[in-house]
Design a protein around this ligand. Sequence first.
Ligand SMILES: [Zn+2]
Ligand SMILES: [Zn+2]
Length: 337
Amino acid sequence: MKSVVCNQPHELSLHNVDKPSPQAGEVLVKIRAIGVCGTDIHAYKGQQPYFSYPRVLGHELSGVIAQVGENTQSKVGQSVYIIPYVSCGECFACQSGKPNCCSNIEVIGVHRDGGMCEYIAVPESAIVVTDDLSFTDMALIECLAVGAHASRRAKINNQDTVLVLGAGPIGLGTAQFAQAAGARVFISEVCPDKIKFCVENYTFDAVLNGRDDLNGQLKQLTQGQYPNIIIDCTGNVHAMESAFYNLAHGGTIVFVSIVKNKISFEDPEFHKRETTLMGSRNATKEDFEYVVECIRKGLVKPRSFVTHTGQFDQITELLPKWAQSDSGVVKAVIEVN
Ligand SMILES: [Zn+2]
Ligand SMILES: [Zn+2]
């Protein structure tokens, strides 16, 4: 089968390798769609923490069961999406119902080889059979689940005013879940193309230019109260640090995106607000199920942020183009026939 390997930063190559055979408890999935994530782009560029090379990228995956190992219940031919997080089940996080931040977590396509290939063998527990969504929609569930998890962490409800920092796929997903929860939702972005995309395709309460006076804009929009939930989906130090100064008193900050750097804040600003600061990592099975429910109800539209698509054989040419900062890509999906 064909497989695309990221040998080192900025170097992808297409290989012919043996098709894996599923071990006991595993199923073999024929990949049908691959969402290209910020993680893949950062890994390609050598900017991803927790990453080693060579690696087959790709963790936003859907496909069809092609073969089943012993001790499995699944059937050949079923359509599935993959939950790419393999947790240990034994650490404190796993034992507390938080396998998404398992201390031994292995993410398919990050810590172990992923799905930019024709077939992948995965534990049966990592697949969810779903027969009423397209392969493209199913490949976008993971990306949306990250936003669903962040919005669940913040316990968003219809009394909240939420500011989402960053209008990339994670930010757009997060903002849609905040909207689905009934909150007033602002989104802030610095890239003019993304601001335009956001205004044209979504109905958030305000789309703010993060390069302008963000504090002043928020003050005006909220009559001086400021958003009580700020969710960072930029992984940008300045954006993350701005959250400490633009938050309502009693409010909550959630950091979804990760930055390979230190962030700092003035303790009096943090303290006077009695700020709650939380990280949000990956997502749980409940988040994935919630995303599917929201897609079925039309509350989130997975394809609304897909700006680019390509075929499997083109990955080695397309990924470097999509990784350029002026590519105009909000979200790209690879289709595999
Ligand atoms: Zn992803
Ligand atoms: Zn664990």
